[in-house]
Write a protein that binds this ligand. Structure first.
Ligand SMILES: [Zn+2]
Length: 199
């Protein structure tokens, strides 16, 4: 499935990363990240890495195919751990310890590469855009997961559709958002409701 079809509806980078699988994980999930370049494209389109970074990392990946394959596999394993942890929170369950451990294991690498930058009298903490480390697209995802877990105020939801496993932050006023996106799952539910009334 083309990476252009990916939507960023989660409200947090880590949830959008979990949403790079469409369809329900217990059914017939469709994978968006089929190559290391897909991971780069996803990260650039979602603002996780600067637009200048993908070309360089793509070159590095071409020269280190085995490592790029390994990094992609590792990223997907982390993605499933993120999915399980936030799904548990959406369902108001305790997150599985093994999945939380996988996020913990990714923290040192992601945070070790953060650097302070001074600009116009203010400081920011960011990753160097000149990095040649193939894991760079995953670092902001890890920090996003940590930040979201530390923010106890957020209302997490899993899409109400049986054929979707996307996660999102419910920012609706009355906390009633059911669908990942009204354009897709919400619209399909509306059409189904209309049909059942019309019959
Ligand atoms: Zn959905």
């Amino acid at each position: 499935m083309a990476i252009e079809a990916v939507q960023y509806v989660g409200g947090a980078l880590c949830l959008d990363f979990a949403n790079t699988v469409s369809g329900h994980r217990d059914g017939e999930p469709k994978e968006y990240l089929n190559s290391y370049d897909d991971l780069l494209d996803w990260a650039a389109a979602g603002g996780a890495i600067s637009r200048a970074t993908p070309a360089r990392l793509s070159d590095v990946a071409r020269e280190n195919r085995a490592r790029a394959t390994h990094v992609l596999a590792e990223a997907k394993e982390l993605r499933e751990a993120i999915y399980e942890v936030f799904l548990a929170l959406a369902d108001q369950r305790q997150p599985p310890a093994a999945d939380l451990a996988k996020i913990n294991a990714a923290i040192p690498d992601a945070y070790a590469n953060l650097q302070l930058k001074a600009r116009d009298g203010a400081f920011s903490l960011a990753w160097p855009s000149t990095t040649e480390e193939l894991r760079a697209p995953v670092w902001p995802v890890v920090k996003s997961a940590v930040d979201l877990l530390l923010d106890g105020e957020v209302r997490l939801r899993a899409c109400a559709s049986d054929t979707c496993s996307w996660l999102f932050i419910d920012e609706s006023k009355n906390h009633s958002r059911k669908w990942c996106s009204m354009r897709d799952c919400g619209n399909r539910a509306k059409v189904r409701r209309f049909r059942s009334v019309a019959q």
